[in-house]
Design a protein around this ligand. Structure first.
Ligand code: 4AD
Ligand code: MG
Length: 478
């Protein structure tokens, strides 16, 4: 059996007492023809393999290069060297795959994140990306655990859809029509009746609308899947393909919604702190090193772990949009004309405004509620004032908006009117409106951007470094 091996994570947790074990992995370094640092991705730490001098021929030793894959059987002994409890004294070494050091792009030294983005097919083999993607995995697992513990049903909403859930028109088209011989109607428009689905379709921007249908039967559902936005935003916070978690709850109002979202974020952070200690410590050190390059006033006041603990242990600040605008208008930053974009009631807050509220003013996550209706989606519940809707966004330090959600408009007439005002096709969305016809209930939900959450927990600063193969304008390699 090929796979009779022990993973390095388990080896490092085992008391060494000369037992024979087999490990497999990739060489990180080979020092003095004697010490191999082997990594198999199960943990950030390498296993030290000791190669007795004179036991192996030169030809084999030459093939032990950074990146080569090995199968090693040996005896696990207490280590004499510093920094490790045990080491493996090799009895047999088999090269599974050679790795030409002249051609292998990853050298045993620090590479820049930009360089590694171009080598995204290999970057999992670095300490930083190993840690990031183990944390990403743990968060994904914790998401299911959180909702499962609370009796939510995991609903798989479609990836291909004919509707625009956010009504923002930022969709990728899905079609099998030929580009050169597009079928046309008499008026020159594309004849989608001849397309695969017999109508125009696109990749989903959000599973929310279908999620609402589920909540009208199961009470509590969540989706967790890829979503797609053709917005031309080349920023460290935007992807064209990102993963989103969207819970939707019947019999919830805006406050219930905020409470769930806050508990959810804290749960995820707590899970990672408990289960990914080593990786988070590594990422924390990495961040501290990186921050040393910045001028003093731009450095964060807390280290990564300290920041995560703080978020778990403190209430998020809750303010209305109107209060947020007042804070901005009265801020020293505004008075000194430090904001690039204008501040006035009705604006869609820019990232500089959100960051001011979170990082300078409150110094903690902030939930902003009751936004002007004109800057929010058609499905949000209209407030009595006629100007605002029952929306809530959660803003996180260093990230900006991490959650967007709302109480939904459950009153059929109000919803239909709003859709008409905003040119959202009511006929095509008959199925959505049916929820308001057949046993409508107050309900609410939100979307957490998964990559923004991973950014927050890992302390990474560019969203391209927390998704395996980022899709951004002009870039779809790998
Ligand atoms: O605020 P958004 O657009 O809300 C919705 O899609 C709602 N349907 C959610 C709901 O109520 N069920 O997106 C939700 C979150 C944002 O707060 C952000 O974290 C993330 O999704 N997000 C993106 N993440 C990466 N790249 C992008 N282009 C993103 N756009 C939104
Ligand atoms: Mg939003």
């Amino acid at each position: 059996m090929f796979n009779k091996r022990t993973k390095i994570k388990e080896v490092l947790e085992t008391e060494p007492n000369n037992q024979e074990i087999t490990v497999m992995g990739w060489v990180r370094t080979f020092r003095n023809n004697q010490f191999i640092a082997l990594n198999d991705g199960s943990t950030n730490s390498n296993l030290q393999i000791v190669v007795a001098l004179g036991l192996y021929d030169e030809a084999l030793l030459k093939r032990i290069t950074t990146g080569a894959s090995l199968k090693i059987t040996g005896e696990l002994l207490p280590s004499l060297g510093k920094g490790q409890k045990s080491e493996l004294k090799a009895k047999s070494i088999e090269i599974l795959g050679d790795c030409d050091p002249e051609k292998f792009p990853l050298q045993p030294k620090k590479h820049s994140l930009e360089f590694l983005r171009e080598k995204a097919h290999l970057r999992f083999r670095t300490n930083t990306f190993g840690a990031v993607f183990r944390v990403r995995h743990a968060l994904a697992f914790a998401i299911h655990q959180f909702f499962n513990e609370r009796g939510f049903v995991y609903l798989h909403t479609p990836i291909i859809t004919a509707s625009d859930a956010e009504g923002a028109g930022e969709m990728f088209k899905v079609t099998t029509l030929p580009f050169d011989k597009t079928p046309r109607n008499d008026d020159g428009s594309v004849n989608f009746k001849e397309d695969f689905f017999g109508r125009a379709t696109n990749l989903t921007v959000s599973g929310q609308l279908e999620g609402e249908l589920g909540a009208m039967a199961f009470s509590d559902i969540y989706t967790f899947g890829p979503t797609f936005r053709a917005e031309n935003s080349n920023t460290p916070r935007h992807l064209a393909e990102f993963w989103m978690i969207e819970p939707e709850m019947a019999f919830y109002d805006l406050e219930d919604n905020m409470n769930l979202a806050e508990a959810f974020i804290k749960y995820l952070i707590g899970y990672a702190m408990k289960n990914n200690k080593e990786d988070l410590e590594f990422l924390g050190q990495r961040l501290t090193e990186e921050e040393k390059q910045k001028p003093q006033e731009e450095r964060s006041e807390m280290g990564l772990i300290e920041k995560l603990e703080f978020v778990v242990n403190n209430d998020f600040q809750r303010i209305t949009y109107t209060e947020a605008i007042d804070i901005l208008l009265n801020s020293p930053a505004y008075k000194k004309k430090k904001f690039k974009f204008e501040v006035t009631w009705g604006i869609d807050m820019q990232s500089e405004h959100e960051r001011y509220l979170v990082e300078k003013h409150f110094k903690k996550p902030v939930i902003v509620t009751n936004y002007p209706k004109d800057i929010k989606a058609f499905y949000m519940r209209q407030n009595e004032d006629g100007k605002t809707v029952a929306a809530m966004d959660i803003l996180a330090p260093g990230i900006g908006e991490i959650v967007g959600g709302s109480q939904r408009e459950e009153r059929l007439e109000k919803l239909e009117q709003r859709m008409k005002d905003m040119h959202v096709p009511t006929e095509e969305m008959w199925w959505y409106l049916d929820t308001r016809r057949f046993g409508s209930v107050p309900h609410a939900g939100f979307g957490l951007g998964f990559e923004r959450m991973v950014l927050f927990v890992t302390g990474m600063t560019n969203i391209r470094d927390v998704i395996a193969f980022p899709r951004t304008p002009g870039s779809a390699e790998f």
